[in-house]
Design a protein around this ligand. Sequence first.
Ligand code: SF4
Length: 312
Amino acid sequence: MDLEAYRDCQLCPRLCRVDRVAGEVGVCGETAVCRVASSVPHHGEEPCFTGERGSGTIFFSGCACRCVFCQNWQISHEHLGEAMDLEALTAAAMELVDRGVHNLNFVTPDHFWPHVRALCRRLRADGVRVPFIMNGSGYVRAERVPEYAEHIDIFLPDFKFADAALARRCMGAADYPERALSALQAMVTAAGFLRPWDDEGRVLAEKGVLVRHLVLPGQVENSLEALRLLHRDFGPRLPVSIMSQYRPMPRARADGFLDGVVTGDEYARVCDLAEELGFERAFIQPDFGDSGFTPDFREEEPFAGNGRGKEC
Ligand code: SF4
């Protein structure tokens, strides 16, 4: 496996230039030893990925964003996870495929891209045909996207912040909005919009881009501006997923910032603007306030809500 990109690491916009092969770490906090916190069929993704048998999620340890409110804080801040070489990664992915998942969903994979690329190649060579999903923060170097698109079928990026000051406050990077928008442009150019489109999940997605936005408590203006920017750059046919599931995690509680939940009124204002702007393909979370998919990665089954889904 080619580990060269981990030396002088510039895999993401943080451009830390550390030698991860030598054991150094940058903002993501991970060396060149790939680590995984969880690999499970997930029944709480959007219906077009979850279907009947779940999305095959593989959660990578660490994150280059490390947002103060991260819903996966155990893996982004506490670095929960176990080392996996390419053989172990392949075995974990094949186990998911054998359980019948509809896709393989690589969660926060950017900082382990050399491993993920090798995994994609191995799986395709072994005859795996399910779509591969890159599910990440959106804080991506646009120039890297064409290479991702050689291996990835579906891009599922966040667009977290339209407000540069909020991005600086939450993740220490005021360039998030411009970085995320240009990466998204590259993803749409490479893969198009998500298709086939079926918001009830009877027909599963095979290719393209769906953008996620998590509404944050007390930050409705950020969400409204995020929708306006997405509409400005991509028009109303861009598939979007507007998420209501925010829960304050320990770091947010300790900071006293974003230490609450999103109210019904806040979420409704964001959804109303999506409708007003004419977004034609939007996932709205039907179970507003359901915490069954707030993960606990110390558990073998991190998502309590999975128990309410179909078994594989
Ligand atoms: S992947 Fe990690 S070490 Fe590399 S540039 Fe990004 S944050 Fe820094």
